[in-house]
Structure formats: structure tokens, C-alpha cells
Ligand binder design. Structure first.
Ligand SMILES: CC(C)(COP(=O)(O)OP(=O)(O)OC[C@H]1O[C@@H](n2cnc3c(N)ncnc32)[C@H](O)[C@@H]1OP(=O)(O)O)[C@@H](O)C(=O)NCCC(=O)NCCS
Length: 206
């Protein structure tokens, strides 16, 4: 980690987050290039996706800032403000869209990992969700990869334990599809992402 001070955490919303969009796009492209996302960054897509967070009045981005540099970020917004493909599995399962606060990505540059910032990302997003909504559940999704995927690094550590320790439960049958072009590929391909849920209010999980 550079510098003497640990990165500071700052939660930004609405117009205040718009100036950070180019830095967020760069961060997503850098971090998601690695296993397990293998995302060949698409700046055009980033420019349409990220403004959703500035446009949604109850969305937030939690930033990790080292000086003026954005070294990590984590996003959230009401599921009601997310795209139809993310809402679809909840509709099919009969889980009210308005009961769910959706946690998007957490991305942190490698030198800053393992010092508690990922835990803070969850704490800050849960606090934000409780502040701006009465949603019963927080939900995020993670890409599913076969155990024998050729690009899986030998030393890859799944985040499942980290997520369980944050209080989330996997729902293997609750999944959405997202398309992106993988590193080295010529076309986009579909990817299955499985949801994890946590109760924010004490309401029983569906
Ligand atoms: C997911 C990600 C943001 C997690 O970030 P991280 O900063 O490494 O996570 P943390 O350091 O907060 O937590 C890791 C462990 O270190 C512990 N830890 C280490 N130092 C700590 C400190 N000073 N304070 C609190 N916890 C600390 C945490 O408690 C946690 O252990 P636990 O699960 O047993 O409680 C990061 O791994 C990442 O960017 N990964 C790549 C992108 C990705 O896959 N994102 C997820 C899907 S969008």
C-alpha cells in the first residue's frame, strides 16, 4: 500500500458521484480483467452503466480514496432501479422487487486488499440501504465458474467464506444472466451470476 495513511472511505450519491465515473470505469476494467470475471473492459458499456448510480436518487457508491486516487469502490441501489435482467429472477421467484436493495460490485486494487476495506464496503452499503429504504433484503450476485475452468488460477481463493461471514446466504437457483466479452474473445458470451441474500430487517429470508 502506498503512503502512510490507510485509504479513507467516503460514500457519495447523486451528482456528487458523477465526477468519479471515469475513475470507477478504469477501476472496474482493471479489477474485473482478472479471474473470475475475465472482463475485457468495454468503455462504451461503462459509460452507459455507471451513470445509473448518479441517476438513481437512493443509489450510493462507497469509495476508497488514497489521497485523490480512487483505489476501490463498491456500489448499491434499490433493485427497483436496476435493469430488467437483474430484477427478473426475483420476479420469477415471487420476491417483491421493492423489498430488495441490490449491491453491485466491490472492486479494490490488489495492494489494498486484506486490510478490512472489503468489510467496510459491506458495512457502509448496509447502513446506506437502511438509511434510504425499508428494504428487507440486501442482495448481490457473483459469477459462476466451473471447477475445471481453464483460466482458474491454482491459488484462487473463492470469496464464498468472506461473503458468508458478512451474513449472506447463497441462492443457487436465483440467478441472472449478464453478457460480456472475455479477455482474448472476439464476441460477448452469456454468464450466469448467482444471488446471495441477507436480511436487513430481521424478516425471514425467502
Ligand atoms: C472483494 C474485495 C473487495 C474484498 O476486499 P478486501 O479488502 O480484501 O477484504 P477485507 O480485507 O475487508 O476482508 C478480507 C478478510 O480480512 C480481514 N481483515 C484483515 N484486516 C482487517 C482489518 N484491519 N479490519 C477488518 N478486517 C480485516 C477481514 O475481516 C476478512 O476476513 P473475514 O472474512 O474472516 O472476516 C477484494 O477481494 C476484490 O476487489 N476482489 C476482486 C473483485 C471481486 O471479485 N469482487 C467481488 C465481486 S463484485
Amino acid at each position: 500500500m502506498s503512503g502512510v495513511a490507510a485509504p479513507r472511505i467516503q460514500t457519495v450519491t447523486g451528482e456528487a458521484l458523477r465526477p468519479y465515473i471515469p475513475a470507477l470505469a478504469r477501476l472496474r476494467i482493471a479489477v474485473f480483467r482478472d479471474w473470475p470475471y475475465l472482463y475485457e473492459g468495454a468503455p462504451d458499456y461503462e459509460e452507459t452503466y455507471l451513470p445509473v448510480y448518479a441517476d438513481s436518487p437512493r443509489a450510493a457508491v462507497v469509495l476508497a480514496l488514497d489521497g485523490e486516487s480512487v483505489v476501490g469502490a463498491s456500489t448499491c441501489l434499490p433493485l427497483a432501479d436496476e435493469s430488467a435482467n437483474v430484477q427478473a429472477p426475483f420476479r420469477i421467484a415471487g420476491i417483491g422487487i421493492d423489498r430488495v436493495f441490490y449491491f453491485g460490485e466491490s472492486v479494490l486494487l490488489r495492494p489494498y486488499r486484506g486490510t478490512g476495506l472489503g468489510v467496510r464496503f459491506f458495512e457502509e452499503r448496509e447502513a446506506h440501504a437502511r438509511r434510504v429504504s425499508a428494504c428487507d433484503f440486501a442482495a448481490f450476485c457473483a459469477v459462476e465458474r466451473p471447477a475445471d475452468h481453464p483460466a482458474r488460477p491454482a491459488d484462487a481463493v473463492p470469496l464464498d467464506g468472506f461473503w458468508r461471514r458478512r451474513g449472506f446466504t447463497p441462492y443457487p437457483s436465483l440467478a441472472c444472466e449478464m453478457r460480456w466479452r472475455e479477455v482474448g474473445a472476439t464476441d460477448q458470451t452469456p454468464h450466469r451470476l448467482v444471488f446471495w441474500l441477507k436480511s436487513l430487517t430481521g424478516a425471514p429470508l425467502p
